[in-house]
Design a protein around this ligand. Structure first.
Ligand code: ARG
Length: 466
């Protein structure tokens, strides 16, 4: 037991006044949140400083008192960061640990800090301050990953691989186009984070326990000091609302879903069967039994970690389900899913952003794969349409040619003109231009198409935007 805890008895509990019996030791540990909410110390202190300054502005605290509070809180940050702060389960949570220590340090003035506030509005403020900072960190990791994708797309604008639908070879595409598809997903993810930030950035402090306070507080001033866009409108809603956290985890779930899709493709593409790309050794691990193995652990783990974030979303939705107004202790359960979501998301984004610049492509394997599976069949049909054949008839003609190709083991581009003409007499020598992979991708030269020229246009727009 720490010294601080030895000296504490029930009367020292910050809410101990009406109690005649000590808290059961197990209940004390069961209800405490300090083991995880200590992570909010900086934000709790920032909120306290702003609150004290506001109390001075409206004449409740003196300048001297606020100076003492500020100094005490600064020392507490130093103590925490130097590892000299003894966290006490007895003091339940971050708010009471800090407040008790402040009173130890500066005496009676420390006890005035809680004037006109409650832990209910305090904790809501802390989480919003913390989450706002995390959203900014996550957003910059999303941007870093986008930069990696854009650079890869530019380098590989002309590299051809098969595009798939149903995981069957469909049509040739460019590698750059594929990278820019991932980029677009992240554009939406970034926008969602920014939109969610607007609803995070609202000040609940001043709601006090649930009904507001009798002191003449100036909430707009507190909001301004803490960089919030505004103060909230309803005290009951302010202490109980966790929509902003659920909204954030929803946005995080979508990002993880996208990362899991990238992961799946990286896992497939690095396999011997595809052999489209290489991941650097430092992002892979070996097998303890099979010496030949190089496993794509990072994408596999990111794919797996997606489940945690989805789980956190369901946790928080369920924590909030059916809760009556206003604050309920259930809300203390918001923190661990929220913290885990941020840690998982930041780690996954970081791994991807670090990996992106080092991905290399195996152009021959991709080309070979694109040559198999009749990926230019649609181009042949489009060619016939150009010769005035109705598309449905052209589809039929090409279907017959493909059946012949399957039988003889030949791709369309490997058939002679004579062979092709067996399926339609209108086919001429120039057909081979459209049957090449380059011809196929370059022909899709419109906004959103796979042509290298279009990829480079999207790349240059993306560079301007970042
Ligand atoms: N540790 C609590 C939480 O995380 C702080 C608020 C507690 N309020 C209360 N009235 N018990 O939600």
């Amino acid at each position: 037991m720490s010294n601080i805890e030895k000296n504490l008895n029930e009367a020292d509990k910050l809410w101990g006044g009406r109690f005649t019996e000590s808290t059961d030791a197990f209940v004390e540990a069961f209800t405490a949140s300090i083991t995880f909410d200590k992570r909010l110390y900086k934000h709790d202190i920032a909120g306290s400083k702003a609150h004290a300054k506001m109390l001075q502005k409206v004449g409740i605290l003196t300048r001297q008192e606020v100076d003492d509070i500020d100094k005490g809180l600064d020392e507490i940050i130093e103590d925490i960061e130097a590892g000299n702060f003894e966290w006490s389960i007895h003091l339940e949570d971050i708010h009471m640990n800090i407040e008790a220590r402040l009173t130890d340090k500066i005496g009676i003035t420390g006890k005035k800090l809680h004037t006109g506030r409650s832990r209910n509005d305090q904790v809501a403020t802390d989480i919003r301050l913390w989450l706002r900072e995390q959203i900014d960190l996550i957003s910059s990791e999303v941007k870093r990953l986008q930069t990696g994708l854009v650079e890869l797309a530019e380098r590989e604008a002309e590299t051809i691989l098969p595009g798939f639908t149903h995981l069957q070879v469909a049509q040739p595409i460019t590698f750059g186009h594929h990278m820019m598809a991932w980029y677009e997903m992240l554009v939406r993810d970034f926008e969602r984070l920014q939109d969610c930030r607007k609803r995070v950035n609202i000040l609940p402090l001043g709601a006090a326990a649930l009904a507001g306070t009798t002191y003449p507080i100036d909430r707009n001033y507190t909001a301004e000091l803490l960089g919030f866009d505004r103060a909230s409108n309803n005290s009951l809603d302010s202490v109980s609302d966790r929509d902003f956290a659920i909204e954030f985890i929803s946005a995080a779930s979508l990002i993880m879903m996208h990362l899991s899709r990238f992961s799946e493709e990286l896992v497939l593409w690095t396999s011997a069967q595809f052999n489209f790309i290489n991941l650097p050794d430092r992002f892979c691990t070996g097998s303890s039994i099979m010496p030949q193995k190089k496993n794509p652990d990072v994408p596999e783990l990111v794919r797996g970690k997606t489940g945690r974030v989805y789980g956190n979303l369901i946790s928080l939705l369920t924590i909030m389900k059916s809760q009556p107004l206003a604050y309920n202790k259930d809300n203390q359960e918001d923190k661990e899913p929220l913290f885990d979501t941020v840690d998982t998301l930041l780690g996954s984004l970081r791994a991807f952003a670090d990996m992106m610049p080092h991905i290399t492509t195996n152009k021959d394997s991709m080309r070979q794969a694109a040559m198999q599976g009749f990926s230019t069949a649609t181009d042949l049909a489009d060619y016939l349409v150009g010769k005035d054949m109705p598309f449905r008839d052209a589809h039929e003609v090409v279907g017959n040619a493909v059946a012949y190709g399957v039988e003889t083991g030949k791709d369309l581009s490997e058939m002679s003109l004579k062979e092709l003409q067996k399926f339609s007499a209108v086919i001429g020598e120039e057909v081979f231009e459209v049957l090449t992979l380059e011809g196929s991708v370059s022909a899709r030269d419109h906004l959103g198409g796979t042509a290298p020229a279009q990829v480079l246009a999207r790349v240059s727009e993306a560079k301007k935007r970042s």
